[in-house]
Structures are given as structure tokens and as C-alpha cells.
Design a binder for this molecule. Sequence first.
Ligand SMILES: Nc1ncnc2c1ncn2[C@@H]1O[C@H](COP(=O)(O)OP(=O)(O)OP(=O)(O)O)[C@@H](O)[C@H]1O
Ligand SMILES: [Mg+2]
Length: 411
Amino acid sequence: MTDSKKKYMLMHKNISVAEMELDEASCAISAIGQVLDERHVPVGIPVKKAMIDRSALNEWWKGRAIPASRAGIKSALVELNLTTTQKLLEKCLGLSLSDQYWICPLDSTISWSQVNFFDNMFSDDVGNILFGQGSSSEHMSLMSPDNTSDGWLKKKWKIIDGKRCLMKGGSGATQQEPYNEVLASRIMERLGIPHVKYSLLVENDYPYSVCEDFITPQTDLISAWYIMQTIKKQNHASVYQHYLNCCEAQGIPGIRESLDRMMVLDYLIVNEDRHQNNFGVVRNAETLVYMGAAPLFDSGTALWFDKPTAMIGTKAKISCKPFKSSHEEQIKLVSSFDWLDLNSLSGIEEELRELVRGSLFIDEARCDALCKALKDRVKMLSGIVNSPHNNYPVDNFRVIKRESSVIQLPR
Ligand SMILES: Nc1ncnc2c1ncn2[C@@H]1O[C@H](COP(=O)(O)OP(=O)(O)OP(=O)(O)O)[C@@H](O)[C@H]1O
Ligand SMILES: [Mg+2]
């Protein structure tokens, strides 16, 4: 081993998973030793003959770093005098506030209880630099869960009244995401959908959403993306069916019901970015028993957040994820609306009006358009729920193609 490589133990809380070597120049995993505890290998990473697939583990490791697409990351890196966000990963031992994985230098005796961010204080330095509020000093500490935060919006972890909270900004001229995030949690509150509660914080006229960490020292968040890597997808299976199959094989309860709720929320708020890292499951980090779907989080990319006011309410350039490319198609995957009481959303648009009151970014015309569009979405969903054709989920149909028409028959 040369000087440019450093040896670590990949750890899951107090469990040693495998020895690994990090290359200083590329920040990549250059070698992995034999697996010591296969059950604790990160979910979705293949293991063959007691060896972890290095390329897959590298992707997983790099994916723990702040993405290169994060707003303002270039200037933050300049300020930190670092070339890539992966360098920050090593500085905080890969520790995160969303799961219990970390790396322990082989020549060190530190334990998880001494370093984890759930029980130990952490530095604000990186967060402040990411928010454009800090400047590097000699005493700067890079020990921060911000080094392992995902997503493209500006964000930082903050300890508020002893609780670990994620503070997240908005983007563009409307800075609408934080308002959407709060509205989405109010909608879910009314509909009884398990969710992460977001509240609004305004600092120097800019809106931020704040939510508590929903992961504890006893749990791991695992994204749908990694759950979907646990089984090879059959060619004929839809992404929706594949996810259900993977969850069933892993014994994760309540997934169809939670997806019903997610798709209903996303239809109502016209969410455009429910990608496979924006939902997932929670498991016990010690027993590895799956508890079920994660409460819904990250619902800010909704309600025409990046569109001009004149486009609000239209279908122009609206995308939909993760199962279908339009909300009209995706809502057909909902297996049951029996739980849904849309009457409970009566007057929800007034909550939105109240939320954006005084905002420098959402003017009256935009607010009026958003309120009307939201009300219309509730009506449209009501039309779908009450339509006589909603009895069968689309995936339960076999499709017979005839020249110009498509006929769907229940299986
Ligand atoms: N309350 C929370 N508790 C624990 N982990 C969280 C919480 N909120 C978010 N995370 C983790 O942080 C990641 C980034 O957060 P989030 O998805 O809200 O950011 P984003 O910038 O809006 O992401 P995107 O790029 O998808 O728009 C999530 O994918 C999740 O892993
Ligand atoms: Mg996200």
C-alpha cells in the first residue's frame, strides 16, 4: 500500500462490515477486503463469494457525498479549498443523519458512540459556507452531517432545541419549494398520510423549510433506488411492479398502501420530482427488520414551482415520476381510494394563501393562480375517484392492441 491510500473499516453502527482502502487523489474505494458481516452490507450492493462488488460500493460511497449539482457548491468548494465534494466525505467519516454507516480508520480506536451526529454535537462551518454565510478560518471543523447530505437545493443540518433539523432553501425567482413543502405536509396532515412535518422559516426575506430528522440512532433510511437493486428487474415488469416485488421479497410491509398515498399527494400538488431517492423505506439498523415505508418527504418541486405565473394550471412541460411520465397515467396505479376523504381538503387553498402572505417572491397574482390551480386539482382528483372506471389498477389489466384502439380487459 502506498502513502496515497488509507485503510478503513466500513462500519454499520458498531458492526464491522469490510475493510476498504480509499485513494486520496480520486477519493474512490481502491480495494475492499473480505466481507465480515454480509447482512450489514448496504442494501442493494451485490456480494459474491464473500466479496463486495467494488464498482457498486463505489457508486454508493460517492452517492453519499454532496452532489456536484448542489446549488452554490462550486463557490463553497473554493472557500473550503477542496476540489470535490467527495473529499468532505472522508473528513466526516461518511457519517450521516439518515443512516448508520461510517468508516473507521484502521489505526484508530474510535467508536460509533463517540462520533455519530445523532448524539454528538457537530460543526456549523460547512453548513454556513453552503449557505454563503461563512468564511474559512484556521479553526474550521469539517465534521458535519452536511458533508453527506443529498439533493440539489441549498440545505444544512441545524440543532434546534436539541433536535436535529434539516433547513432547506428554494430556487430561482419564486423560491417556491419551501412553501410547497409546508403545504404538502398540511395536505398530508388533513388526509392522514404519514409524512415528515415541514414548517416555514423566513430569514433575511428568504423562505426555508425546516423539518426534524425522522431517522434515529436505531434506524436507517433506504431509498427506493437501492431497494430496487435487490432483485434483477424482469423485462416485462413495470417499475411500479418491480418495486412492489422487491419490497415483498424483503418482507417490507404496507408498500402498496403507502404508494397509493404518495401518488395521490403527487397528483394533487403536481409534483415533478418524485425520483427514486425521494421515497423509500425505514429499517431497524440493528435487527435489520424493515419497519415499512418512510414517511413522505421532499415534496417541494411541485405546483409549477419553476414556471411563470401564466403557465400555472396548464399541463405544459409538466413531468411526472417515478412510475409514469404523466400524473394522469400514474394516478391510475392507485389500488384503492377507500381511505381518501377529499372533503377534508376543503379550504386548503386558504392555508396556502396564508403561508405565502408577505412573501417577496410569490406576489398576489401568483398566489391567486396557485390557489385556483390547487382547488382545481382537488376537483379533478374527485372526478377520478368518483369515476366508475377506477376499480382496477392499470397494472392488473392486460392490454389488447387493435389497429387504432387499445382495449383494456381485467385479468
Ligand atoms: N427529515 C429527514 N430526516 C432524515 N433524512 C432526511 C430528511 N429529509 C431529507 N433527508 C435525506 O436527505 C436527502 C436530501 O433531502 P431532500 O430530498 O429533502 O433534498 P432536495 O434538495 O429537495 O432533493 P432533490 O435533489 O431530490 O430535490 C434525502 O434524499 C434524504 O436521504
Ligand atoms: Mg430529494
